[in-house]
Design a binder for this molecule. Structure first.
Ligand code: MLT
Length: 274
């Protein structure tokens, strides 16, 4: 992993390959290693992959009171350091929230945005209350019990039953995150802006990957968001919940690959005609 110093905090990333850059952003209580079995396929197809540990996860330091926008700025700082621009950004769940904030702040730096089990809507009051409960739980019981209870619920039950090793690995990794980092991310998600207008205004294609069995993103939200952008590629995964990169790995690799190829071709055409 490489690191940058972002406003006094370490932010870690890994860059591999050459070609059109695809930035992969993980979700809550995960880190860039979640893409380790997913990205080789993209590399083999000639893409460049940049995987980032968002603040508080993996090898990135906790940034106290970080916001989702703050995370987007940290991502931009890495891209500036690497001098890659524009990119295809694919964010899983919380990573999608960061991707949307990035799209609002730095629209010129995107050639496509992928929302992998994510959405643009702000938290409802109920969701915010739920997050405050989990913050209290982490403060009381510590982060390990929290991640042990949380992570299995992200998968479809039958997949979780037959992939216990994967789950154990994710729980093991997440058990090393500091409680303050998990709490900061929960607060950041609770306070994040609604990005509906961002999706509506986006001039680049959007990829939606949706799990039919997702218990984390409500079904109505999943469907409603898909009509917001001008150009969208929408995929429903019939047997997946919130973790399609594992639950339907080959299918979702193909979706990301085809989407990135399309975005790249479209950006090149636009450059030629400009
Ligand atoms: C995630 O997987 O990143 C989270 O479930 C997103 C959220 O809590 O809204």
């Amino acid at each position: 992993m490489n690191t940058i110093n972002y406003e006094g905090h370490t932010v870690a990333y890994q860059r591999e390959g050459k070609g059109t850059p695809i930035v992969l952003l993980h979700g809550f209580c995960e880190d860039s290693r979640m893409w380790e079995d997913f990205s080789p396929d993209l590399l083999e197809e000639g893409f460049q992959v940049i995987r980032i540990d968002l603040p508080g996860f993996g090898q990135s330091a906790v940034i106290p009171e970080v916001s989702i926008e703050g995370m987007a700025h940290a991502v931009q700082a890495i891209l500036e350091e690497l001098q890659v621009d524009p990119v295809v950004m694919v964010g899983h769940s919380m990573g999608g929230y960061v991707g949307l904030a990035f799209a609002r702040l730095f629209p010129q730096q995107l050639m496509g945005l992928g929302l992998f089990h994510s959405h643009p809507y702000a938290d409802t009051p109920e969701k915010r209350a739920e997050r405050q409960k989990s913050v209290a739980f982490i403060k009381r019981q510590g982060p390990v019990l929290f991640v042990k209870q949380m992570l299995p619920n992200l998968f479809a039950p039958s997949f979780a039953r037959s992939n216990s090793f994967l789950l154990e690995k994710m729980i093991y990794r997440a058990s090393h995150y500091e409680g303050e980092g998990i709490i900061a991310a929960q607060q950041a998600m609770a306070e994040r802006a609604d990005e509906t207008a961002t999706l509506e205004a986006l001039e680049v294609p959007v990829l939606f990957i949706i799990g039919e069995e997702d218990q984390t993103v409500a079904r109505d939200k999943n469907k409603a968001q898909t009509v917001l952008p001008d150009t969208a590629s929408v995929h429903m995964l019939p047997k997946a919940a919130h973790m399609g990169m594992f639950e339907a790995k080959k299918d979702t690799q193909l979706m990301v690959r085809q989407f990135a190829a399309f975005c790249s071709e479209r950006a090149a055409d636009q450059n030629r005609s400009a």
